[in-house]
Write a protein that binds this ligand. Structure first.
Ligand SMILES: [Zn+2]
Length: 833
């Protein structure tokens, strides 16, 4: 599989794989573009220009510029986002880290389907907010990510590069600064044979003509900028590019980037910062026609005639001209021609209304199983065509093929089917950058051909060979499951190879607050009828697991069973890892399975390791009954249950009229006040609850444009700020060591601030009523002290705690000190009595 992709990559002169993939239609996309789409494709055939935009994160890209270039100028445009946005906050669900990165990858691809650009990523992991480029490079490895930027430039071969950031401290976020610095370095390094010579096995050095900067982050004007009106209206599309940009930007749903679709003039003014100067256009002095290729002039003439004489009612009349150009294009062995040949073939398919489909009746298959692939090919034109054969590729082992020529008569479906067996050793369809554990803050990718790609190529691809005139054309399509959903209508899903059983430990973190043993459940979900085998748990020395192994048999596909083991902790504090391993048909499986589905995104299947963090730490709590108001989504409730708390998720009804007095503490989840109007509306009931002796613990929220609703988050005024402490090791000073919250039921010491992840906290209050007591002070290096980290006050017989500490990250990561602090916060009303 790996070697196949590299092989194909080399055959097609280095740029190929990325190009092929951009032609795979999106599963969910319905396109009524018809003749307009065909005409645009014909016009695009004549344009040989390219632009690469480089930024740090999903949402840093100038979507208006991308739409203007890709849709308006018909050039090849792409966005290289160094990261997948793994470290941000998720506004639409509870996924964090690499799962959030997976969602954002799909959001970017959805945005690109609208603005018409392509998408690339580097291996850099978004580790959260960073205040300097130095910190960013220390974590990513400067040369590792520079290599990736160079690699993408050498593969994509842009005429022009546009940087989203200036590479100076004016950019703010350290990732932004780093993207500007790396963009500048890569502009020169990509052309230098001495830099990253190992890449030259697959790609040639490449010197883009010029480097532009869009200005400081936030788009402030740059002196000498080139004026581009991205507000122009496109009559063929029926929208202006800035309207398209709004639609594209609104795909960044997990970051709440819903954007307006602006009408009227809208100017982008990127400025040249390196390479050849330009005065009127970013392509000044760059030939973006076929004349840039040897033998291209003749192609240009034919393609101009094809586009000029295009008849929307009779698109097939254009096919003879395209077939005339085809051998001339094929004879030019240059990357541009290889790319354009594929576009030309797809234009022929558009002109013929050619329907090319390879599908199965299921989207999950396990190694060793056999699978039937059904082909349907329909020529919706009267242009004579012949189906020569079909072939499957992508899996290891003998590829299936069939050749039985058949004429494709007008609108008469021609069907074929092939049966293949999935090789027993076939890897599961894990996204390529998650196959190996990341090394620090960089994803580990073994296969160089995959570096830069937005997602893993489809596991199984169909090649459909069509004879048109004297030429044989091979079309590539992904094999997908095609089905009719009663709600969504006809739809498709990517085909994925999955383990016979998915194995997951019931909780990601197992915390042992005392020396008692715990029952630990392991969930097995079968992807195969009659799966059977043995399950065992592996724990390091000092931890005891009973029994050694358990047999299982699951009768039907999709059925689940839970097996339980007893795990006893060591006496002293300890942190390690528990692993579950199922053995089925001699193959060991230590992976769970998770399907992430959001509207407009192709469903993503991932296989997280079947592990759980084991944490032995003394944690006492005086609050056992906890009500939790889930906000934007977090994993805190599950971790509180590990402490022995009985956690109830509070519904709008519970908040409006339920009996709150039964809870020792009520906790609001991440951004609950931002997303739960019922919480804001029932704040008075929470005040009563505190009056009567309850503890209210409010976690991190944002002040984004909602300050009116946030006026009442505490008994006294609190003003939220934007300050954060992004260095997870930053010292935390305890302001009043004798304070009950730091002494009961757990005695808090500096040790409790060790081993935190990603950050200390964010959006600290900037001002607060003097009736609150501030418990801690912390700050990033060279920044002013922050005293709004955690605020506390008594209220009636109860207590109120507001904390901006990022407990939603620390608790699921199993940080012992965070558990002890959180338990003290929950116990506030009781401990201070
Ligand atoms: Zn950013």
């Amino acid at each position: 599989m790996r070697h196949t992709s590299l092989g194909a990559c080399r055959r097609l002169a280095g740029v190929a794989l990325i190009l092929c993939l951009s032609h795979f239609p999106s599963p969910a996309q319905k396109n009524l573009g018809g003749a307009v789409q065909t005409r645009l494709a014909l016009e695009r055939l004549a344009v040989l220009g390219s632009v690469l935009v480089i930024g740090a994160h999903p949402d840093d890209e100038n979507t208006a510029l991308l739409a203007y270039l890709a849709r308006g100028r018909r050039v090849r445009a792409a966005y290289l986002s160094l990261t997948r946005g793994d470290g941000g906050q998720n506004l639409i669900g509870s996924e964090q880290g690499e799962l959030l990165g997976l969602i954002r990858t799909q959001e970017l691809l959805a945005a690109r389907r609208i603005d018409g650009a392509e998408q690339f990523f580097s291996r850099a992991i978004d580790f959260g907010f960073s205040k300097s480029a130095d910190e960013t490079f220390a974590k990513w490895g400067h040369d590792t990510i520079l290599a990736d930027v160079v690699w993408v430039i050498r593969r994509f071969r842009p005429d022009v590069i546009v940087l989203q950031s200036s590479g100076t401290s004016a950019d703010g976020h350290g990732h932004h600064q780093a993207s500007g610095i790396l963009g500048k370095e890569a502009f020169a390094a990509a052309a230098d044979r001495a830099r990253f010579p190992e890449q030259l096995r697959w790609v040639a050095p490449w010197q883009p003509k010029r480097l532009l900067s869009r200005g400081g982050f936030g788009g402030q004007a740059v002196a000498g900028g080139i004026r581009l009106d991205t507000g122009e209206f496109d009559p063929l599309l029926g929208f202006s590019y800035s309207e398209i940009a709004g639609m594209s930007r609104s795909m960044h749903r997990s970051q709440g980037m819903g954007a307006s679709e602006r009408r009227g003039p809208s100017v982008s003014s990127p400025a040249v910062i390196a390479g050849e100067p330009a005065t009127s256009d970013i392509f000044d002095g760059i030939d973006t026609t076929w004349n840039r290729l040897p033998g291209g002039a003749e192609v240009a003439t034919i393609l101009a005639e094809a586009a000029g004489n295009f008849l929307p009612e009779q698109p097939e009349k254009t096919i003879p001209l395209l077939l005339k150009a085809r051998p001339l294009v094929a004879a030019i062995k240059e990357p541009w021609a290889i790319l354009k040949l594929q576009e030309l073939d797809e234009s022929i398919a558009l002109c013929a209304g050619l329907y090319l489909d390879a599908s199965t009746d299921r989207h999950m298959v396990t190694p060793g199983e056999s699978l039937q692939v059904n082909f349907e090919i329909v020529n919706r034109s009267r242009f004579p065509m012949v189906l020569q054969g079909v072939r499957l590729e992508g899996l290891s082992g003998a590829p299936a093929a069939e050749s039985k020529p058949a004429s494709l008569a007008y609108n008469q479906p021609e069907r074929r089917s092939l049966r293949i067996t999935i090789p027993p050793e076939q890897p599961y369809s894990q996204p390529y950058w998650l196959i190996k554990p990341s090394s620090g803050f960089t994803y580990a990718v073994e296969d160089q051909a995959l570096v830069g790609m937005p997602e893993t190529p489809p596991v199984l691809r169909a090649r459909i060979i069509i004879q048109a005139g004297s030429q044989e054309i091979e079309f590539i399509r992904p094999v997908v499951r095609r089905y009719v959903d009663r709600v969504a209508g006809e739809t498709t899903r990517p085909l994925v190879v999955v383990p016979p059983v998915a194995v997951s430990i019931s909780e990601p973190v197992l915390i042992f607050p005392d020396s008692k043993a715990k029952r630990v459940g392991v969930l097995l979900r079968s992807n195969l009828a009659g799966a059977s085998g043995e399950l065992r748990l592996e724990a390091p020395d000092g931890w005891r697991v009973q029994p050694g192994s358990l047999p299982f048999q699951i009768p039907s596909t999709g059925a689940e069973t839970t097996l339980s083991f007893t795990v006893a902790p060591p006496a002293a504090a300890a942190r390690s890892q528990l692993r579950a391993i199922a053995k089925v048909n001699g193959r060991e499986i230590s992976a769970g399975m998770l399907v992430i589905e959001y509207p407009d995104n192709a469903p993503q299947t991932v296989f997280p390791p079947s592990t759980a963090a084991l944490v032995r730490a003394e944690v006492k709590t005086m609050a056992t009954r906890v009500g939790y108001v889930m906000g934007a989504g977090d994993e805190v409730p599950g971790t509180l249950r590990q402490l022995g708390c009985d956690v109830t998720l509070l519904s709008p009804d519970d908040l409006a009229q339920g009996d709150l007095s039964r809870f020792d503490a009520i906790v609001t989840g991440v951004r609950a006040y931002n997303v739960r109007p019922d919480l804001v509306a029932n704040q008075h009931r929470l005040m009563d609850y505190m009056q009567q002796g309850g503890t209210l613990l409010v976690q991190y929220l944002t002040a984004d444009g909602r300050s009116a609703a946030l006026d009442g988050i505490g008994p006294y005024p609190i003003q939220l700020g934007r300050a954060r402490v992004s260095v997870e090791e930053a010292p935390v000073a305890v302001l009043n060591p004798a304070h009950p919250l730091l002494n009961a039921p757990n005695q808090i010491s500096q040790a409790d601030f060790r081993d935190w992840v990603q950050e200390r906290g964010l959006n600290f209050p900037s001002q607060w009523d003097p009736r609150y007591e501030s418990l801690f002070e912390s700050h990033d290096p060279n920044e002013p002290p922050q005293r709004g980290v955690t605020l506390y006050t008594r209220y009636g017989k109860g207590a109120y705690v507001f904390t901006s500490l990022s407990m939603f990250r620390q608790l699921p990561a199993g940080v012992p000190g965070a558990f002890r602090l959180f338990a003290n916060f929950l116990s506030a009303a009781k401990s201070a009595q």
